[in-house]
Design a protein around this ligand. Structure first.
Ligand SMILES: Nc1nc2c(ncn2[C@@H]2O[C@H](COP(=O)(O)OP(=O)(O)O)[C@@H](O)[C@H]2O)c(=O)[nH]1
Ligand SMILES: [Mg+2]
Length: 263
């Protein structure tokens, strides 16, 4: 384990997750990692998700907070509200978090990977964001349907071009940030697309930091990532996300030459 004992808050966005949620996996992990807290966000689910989240919280009330959004607002807004709540003061009373991240509820990225993220922060003081990256390599277990893998590769390649950052995988649902004023700035306004917000986050950091972004953002090749099934992303969402990607790119081209800091 890392030497970095920074209090860490993970925001877990949940939309109609009652069939996929594994409460035991969250609770076991908290049992082994006293520095980790959870903020479970119910994004206007219509199934039993809220009741399940409340049950999970009741098992570890000191370190789990739940947040319920009345309406379904999409993953981006669910994560944004969760991160802002952590930055406001933390899920636990008086808690002040050094790190805050988000983590998909299906645990495609197993929680057991979180210590690897913490190690990167401990070893690299300049690092401000660690992103899980699904790189298929021998000896690693990255399991995704071929179509999603190849579409994902095309998408990430265009994202990398439009961001002007050599990023391999923008879309992985496991990301951890240093909880500081730059993060507050990046999360202060809504994202334009619920499925493209990972790219938008990078775009905002890129605008804030300029080329330094390359040193402050670290991709961590995951040892394990498994598509759990039950994804709610549809083709239509994919096309919309593609269009929004073009918008981000256009905005960046237009703002080129302007002082950095404009998002
Ligand atoms: N599909 C969907 N997921 C949401 C929404 N709000 C929050 N989420 C959460 O976003 C995460 C990723 O969703 P998932 O369907 O697994 O997407 P995928 O893994 O990228 O195919 C999960 O934790 C969802 O519960 C929403 O409005 N729609
Ligand atoms: Mg998923």
């Amino acid at each position: 384990m890392s030497q970095d004992r920074a209090l860490t808050a993970l925001v877990v966005p949940c939309y109609n997750e009652s069939a996929r949620l594994r409460p035991g996996q969250f609770l076991d992990f908290l049992g082994r990692h006293p520095e980790v807290h959870l903020l479970l966000v119910d994004d206007g689910s219509r199934d039993e998700t809220w009741a399940m989240l409340e049950e999970i919280r009741a098992r570890e009330p000191q370190r789990i907070v739940t947040l319920r959004m009345e309406q379904n607002r999409g993953k981006a807004e669910a994560v944004r509200q969760g991160v802002l709540k952590v930055l406001e003061g933390g899920p636990s009373q008086g808690g002040s978090f050094g790190l805050v991240g988000y983590w998909d509820a299906d645990l495609s990225t197993p929680l057991s990977t979180l210590p690897l993220f913490l190690e990167v922060f401990a070893e690299r003081p300049d690092c401000r964001l660690v992103m899980g990256s699904r790189v298929r390599l021998l000896g690693r277990r990255i399991v995704r349907r071929p179509l999603r893998h190849y579409l994902g590769r095309v998408f990430s390649t265009f994202a990398s071009l439009s961001l002007d950052l050599p990023v391999y995988d923008t879309q992985c649902g496991a990301k951890l940030f240093r909880a500081d004023d730059d993060l507050r700035a990046v999360f202060s306004s809504s994202f334009s697309d619920p499925w493209l917000f990972d790219v938008e986050i990078l775009s905002r950091f890129r605008a804030l930091w300029g080329p330094e972004a390359e040193n402050r953002i670290v991709e961590l090749p995951l040892p394990v990532w498994e598509d759990v099934g039950g994804s709610k992303i549809r083709l239509r969402d994919g096309f919309r996300a593609g269009l929004s990607l073009a918008m981000i790119w256009l905005r960046r081209m237009r703002s080129e030459g302007r002082p950095t800091g404009s998002v």
